[in-house]
Design a protein around this ligand. Structure first.
Ligand code: ZN
Ligand code: ZN
Length: 114
């Protein structure tokens, strides 16, 4: 009896993992397919190839977020403080610096549609 129960739990857990990974891979492939189709549809439908008639282009530098998450060339470097022994004094709690490329808007107006 106990053996059967254990078997059942294990099987359902495995099924759960399988379903989870399946859903995950399905989601990833779906988004890939979607982007592929939409890009080819745009040209076939005569939509703007740059923005897909959204009149907006997502900023490539901040990926449309308007904020730069990575430090870029000025990545925070841990500096050894001689008086304290060690410390990460340079590590400011930078509150997501705004993107200078798009002025924190995350997008540009499409030059093709203007
Ligand atoms: Zn456009
Ligand atoms: Zn930007």
């Amino acid at each position: 009896m106990e053996g059967k129960m254990l078997e059942h739990i294990t099987a359902s857990e495995i099924a759960g993992y399988a379903v989870g990974s399946l859903l995950l891979s399905a989601t990833i492939s779906a988004s890939k397919i979607d982007s592929f189709i939409s890009s080819s549809q745009r040209s076939s439908l005569g939509m703007c190839k740059r923005c897909g008639d959204l009149k907006l282009i997502a900023c490539s530098r901040c990926r449309g977020s308007g904020l730069i998450k990575e430090g870029g060339p000025f990545t925070l470097i841990p500096v050894v403080d001689g008086s304290r022994g060690f410390g990460v004094k340079t590590k400011k709690h930078s509150s997501s610096p705004s993107c200078p490329n798009c002025r924190a808007r995350g997008h540009f107006s499409c030059p093709d549609c203007d």
